[in-house]
Design a protein around this ligand. Structure first.
Ligand code: E4P
Length: 214
């Protein structure tokens, strides 16, 4: 088993190892950082899931568009394959519309997490739904997500690095704050761009990281 190192997009492509999944199913590694796969490519999900490396999936409208599939259809297919949380993102920007969209997505499968943006409307829509609050760029936003009772908060490391801020520092700050107050919201490190991002997140104690398959 090996992570590929490289300067480009993050990858957790793996060399096949017979029976790796059989002895250590992902669901048994309750204390390890969870690996979500950031894609709507069902073939890629299947390949990594068969190796026991997929604890969940995140998608977004761009990824669904790239897969060229209907959102409900592809999300259902993913949920049938993966037992962990599968994030499906709303496209509405107004709370009431987000709730309607979220309710519809929730009917796909019990393991759906509704992805809402970290805006006031997104936080308003969070009540009563299992949400992954996405597009988190600051510790202050992460506090609001936790206060709103989100299941996951997704800080975007790579996009912070893109604007010459330190995305990994944000993960550290959120870990400290959540531990100070025993917030149960899981830190889902997103917008991962390198293997070093994954290692840094593991050192800090991010609950989950989501990375593209290649
Ligand atoms: C996570 O849920 C997001 O879909 C993803 O990590 C966004 O990453 P990007 O900055 O590469 O678009």
């Amino acid at each position: 088993r090996a992570f590929r190192r490289g300067s480009g997009r993050a990858t957790f492509a793996l060399e096949a190892r017979p029976n790796a999944h059989a002895t250590h199913p992902a669901s048994d590694r309750t204390r390890a950082m969870k690996f979500f796969i950031d894609t709507a490519d069902t073939a890629a999900i299947k390949e990594l899931n068969d190796l026991g490396m997929v604890d969940g999936v995140t998608t977004n409208p761009s990824l669904i568009l790239k897969a060229g599939r209907d959102i409900l259809e592809v999300t259902k297919e993913i949920c049938d394959m993966v037992s962990g949380p599968v994030s499906a993102e709303v496209v509405a920007t107004e709370a009431r519309e987000m709730i309607a969209e979220g309710m519809k997505l929730s009917t796909i499968a019990p393991n759906i997490a509704i992805k809402v943006p970290l805006t006031w409307d997104g936080l308003t829509a969070s009540e009563g739904l299992k949400v992954n609050v996405t597009l988190c760029f600051s510790a202050a936003q992460a506090i609001l997500a936790a206060k709103a009772g989100a299941a996951f908060v997704s800080p975007f490391i790579g996009r912070l690095d893109d604007i010459h801020l330190d995305g990994v520092d944000l993960i550290h700050d959120i870990r400290t704050i959540y531990d100070n107050y025993d917030f149960k919201t899981e830190i889902l490190a997103a917008s991962i761009r390198s293997v070093n991002h994954i290692v840094d997140c593991a050192k800090i104690g991010a609950d989950v990281m989501t990375a593209p398959p290649a």
